[in-house]
Design a protein. Structure first.
Length: 227
């Protein structure tokens, strides 16, 4: 079992794990709608790994994008047209990856108490419990860096070496858009009609029906799969 600061686990009867003593009020799908959080681990060093400043992904991955573009242009001499097409493909693949992970991993539910419920709460349940927690809205480097390396390795088995940097540029750019849009949805107002629709869909996912609206940066795959 994971060593939660907040105590032992419990189930609300619907396969929804939350730490002991943390129960939503009747009719609510969250525990707090303020910019606050709950400690997850007794170990302060592990606890720090679960929180991140929202600008951190930009600091880490913008240089990665710059390096990938440099390789595409100056090492492999990829044409502007081909590079643009590959970047667009990478962004599209990100949106599908985002949708699939959100739907099938983050919202995987089991009524069997134990490790799976604890992991689901750690990875995503805590966000639904504290949707405005500004330190847990973007992916922490302890997750994004190993995951990025794993995906790059997998992509290298599919894409030729010459094309991989352009494709992965789009994928990483899509990820950054996801993180920044997700943070903005929970902390900013939009005047742009498109972004207002994106925010509305995500708020419906949080506050109305968590079985719909799995796309955060784009509603594309929700339209395709009718979720």
């Amino acid at each position: 079992m994971l060593d939660f600061e907040v105590g032992r686990e419990y189930s609300d009867g619907a396969g929804e794990f939350r730490p002991e003593g943390l129960r939503a009020e009747p009719g609510k799908n969250y525990l707090s709608n303020k910019d606050e959080s709950v400690p997850l681990f007794r170990n302060k060093y592990i606890e720090k790994l679960t929180k991140v400043h929202p600008i951190t992904p930009l600091v880490i991955f913008c240089p990665v994008i710059a390096y990938l573009l440099w390789r595409s242009i100056f090492v492999f001499s990829v044409s502007l047209f081909l590079m643009s097409a590959l970047i667009a493909c990478g962004i599209l693949c990100w949106t599908l990856f985002e949708y699939a992970v959100h739907r099938f991993v983050f919202h995987f539910e089991t009524k069997q108490e134990g490790l799976l419920q604890e992991l689901q709460f750690l990875f995503h349940g805590v966000h639904h419990a504290y949707p405005k927690d500004s330190r847990r809205l973007v992916m922490p480097p302890s997750v994004s860096i190993p995951l990025g390396l794993l995906i790059y390795f997998a992509a290298s088995k599919v894409w030729p070496e010459k094309l991989l940097p352009s494709f992965f540029t789009g994928f990483v750019f899509g990820y950054l858009c996801y993180d920044m849009i997700h943070f903005a949805i929970h902390h900013f107002s939009f005047s742009n009609k498109t972004f207002r629709k994106i925010k509305r869909q995500h708020y419906l996912h949080h506050y109305s029906n968590k079985e719909n609206g799995f796309g955060v940066s784009s509603p594309l795959w929700d339209y395709i799969f009718r979720t």
